[in-house]
Design a protein around this ligand. Structure first.
Ligand SMILES: Nc1ncnc2c1ncn2[C@@H]1O[C@H](COP(=O)(O)OP(=O)(O)OP(=O)(O)O)[C@@H](O)[C@H]1O
Ligand SMILES: [Mg+2]
Length: 405
């Protein structure tokens, strides 16, 4: 069976993570190289210093390449930042051929009409994702190819980003000698790694709380319903601790990771007044926890404000899945459940990966692992032995954008 190498690069605000995998079929992703380096030149998910960011990407890619002795030529790269925006749109075409049979070409045509919103020159189209089709008014069709009808409607989720910020990221990656296979919105990537198809079908919200941004995606009926990026995450938690306890930023960061907890009730009551110390700086558990809790509650409120409507709980019966490095804060899922009154769990990526994937089973790698899975799921059909209609259908959403850009 044909083997193909896929590379994912997650250029995060705190770390750059490169994963190289070989895939022999859509279900098998074997990790052969991993390179993780601290990030530089990024702020709130956006490149602010091209040279620094390029160096960090280069270092991360080299590490992964050395492990597997392969040169990375192209990669799937994540995009985030406050200037990403999304909307739901519709398109319609008539099927004029005599047999009235819906073909792949018709899907391309209807998706073209669905993105007929004017994308201003300062924006770049990232995704036009088909959510649902209707054939002659029969709604809820997931794959209309092969059906007969006069009229084909599509509902799509359209995601755009500021052209300049995308260009800066692309420039950094290309200057490392790496072509972009696809640019993927980070919450979409993370959702590939930590959400199940059942959750997406029932209705679920995902929040990837990273270092610089909290990336949100809402799924319903198996398709993306809403996506958003909030520029508040782990960095603000550390800054609050630094300011609140009067300690340097790096000490605050260590304290947060080592002792940070938002447990509503302390397990050992004696802990409340117990002291913690790092690098000759001291504080109490209670103070640290109070500071963290206030900011985490604010982030949870911001997540709810991003939900598509006020009765969002009924939209997502499967609840909220939290991931990203900041979801490691102890007690987070309990606090989120108590505050939001929906089921909450922490999404850990990597159960389906084989190879040297053990270190990737941490929420902070949800985006990188998701980019890899996205890459595998959206490979051009000719790379696989089977070339079914279903494959073609799945890939249209991403490849259509190349046509437009
Ligand atoms: N155990 C822990 N407790 C609390 N916070 C943690 C823990 N481990 C990691 N973090 C925080 O997670 C954040 C990094 O998460 P992640 O790696 O997902 O971010 P990123 O992808 O680099 O950034 P972004 O996606 O926002 O651009 C940092 O702010 C870090 O302090
Ligand atoms: Mg991230």
């Amino acid at each position: 069976m044909k083997k193909k190498l896929i590379t994912a690069i997650d250029v995060g605000t705190t770390k750059v993570c490169t994963i190289i995998a070989d895939v022999t079929d859509p279900a098998t992703t074997r990790v052969i190289g991993v390179g993780i380096t601290p990030s530089k030149g990024l702020h709130k998910g956006l490149v602010v210093n091209i040279n620094e960011a390029r160096e960090a990407i280069q270092a991360s890619v080299r590490k992964a390449e050395i492990l597997c002795n392969h040169k990375v030529e192209s990669a799937y790269v994540g995009v985030t930042g406050r200037n990403v925006s999304s909307l739901n749109n519709r398109g319609v075409i008539s099927i004029n051929r005599d047999d009235r049979l819906v073909r792949p070409d018709d899907l391309r045509r209807v998706l073209t009409t669905a993105q007929a919103i004017a994308v201003p020159s300062d924006r770049r189209l990232l995704h036009v994702i088909p959510r649902n089709y209707a054939v002659d008014g029969q709604v809820g069709v997931k794959n209309p190819i092969g059906m007969h009808g006069f009229r084909l409607d599509v509902e799509t989720h359209v995601i755009t980003a500021a052209a300049t910020s995308v260009q800066n990221l692309v420039k950094c990656v290309r200057s490392c000698g790496i072509e972009i296979e696809d640019l993927v919105l980070e919450p979409l990537a993370s959702s590939e790694a930590v959400l199940t198809n059942e959750e997406k079908q029932v209705g679920v919200a995902l929040a990837d709380i990273g270092g610089g941004t909290t990336d949100i995606a809402v799924f319903r009926d198996g398709s993306i319903w809403h996506s958003a990026v909030i520029p508040v995450a782990g960095y603000q938690l550390t800054r609050d601790i630094a300011l609140g306890l009067g300690v340097p930023f790096d000490v605050a960061e260590e304290m947060k990771k080592k002792y940070g907890s938002v447990m509503p009730v302390y397990e050992g009551q004696s802990k409340e007044n117990e002291g913690i110390s790092h690098d000759s700086h001291g504080a109490s558990y209670q103070d640290l926890s109070d500071i963290l809790k206030a900011r985490v509650e604010e982030i949870l409120k911001l997540i709810v404000l991003e939900m598509p409507n006020s009765s969002w709980e009924s939209l997502v019966p499967a609840g909220l899945v939290l991931t990203g490095g900041s979801s490691n804060i102890s007690g987070l899922s309990v606090l989120a459940h108590d505050t939001l009154h929906v089921p909450v769990h922490i999404g850990v990526p990597g159960p389906s990966l084989t190879g040297i994937a053990d270190n990737l089973k941490d929420p902070c790698y949800a985006t990188a692992v998701g980019l890899l899975l996205w890459g595998n799921n959206h490979l051009p059909a000719q790379n696989w032995q089977s070339n079914e209609f279903g494959d073609t259908f799945k890939k249209l959403g991403t490849h259509i954008k190349k046509f437009f850009t």
